[in-house]
Design a protein. Structure first.
Length: 114
């Protein structure tokens, strides 16, 4: 809605963000118009269409084609799609293991976390 968009714009200005994300979900029936409005204001618009099942996939494809005609990039994704982590990093941790004789073995383990 226009109020939601105004709130998003105000939040972006106060946080110093250079990027905006407008979440236009049903029951908003004019979300395509909101995308076009944002494009006219100089904001790049795109859409991620989440399909719950095969029937949704067919409907989402039709919407994706509509959006492609007005130069709005769109991607259809299944709700069951597993996404890879956005950020992964490697870390080394120390593992202490006890021996049967009461001693301690120190082991460095390198692992990828994400």
């Amino acid at each position: 809605t226009p109020d939601d968009m105004a709130n998003t714009d105000a939040a972006d200005r106060s946080s110093g963000s250079e990027h905006s994300a407008v979440d236009a979900q049903p029951p908003s029936t004019d979300w395509v118009a909101e995308l076009l409005h944002n494009q006219s204001r100089g904001l790049a618009a795109s859409a991620l269409l989440i399909a719950r099942d095969d029937a949704d996939t067919a409907a989402a494809e039709a919407i994706r084609l509509l959006l492609s005609r007005i130069d709005v990039p769109a991607l259809v994704m299944s709700a069951a799609t597993e996404l890879p982590p956005l950020i992964t990093y490697r870390r080394t941790r120390t593992v202490l293991r006890s021996t049967p004789t009461g001693g301690v073995v120190v082991q460095e383990v390198e692992e990828e976390v994400g």
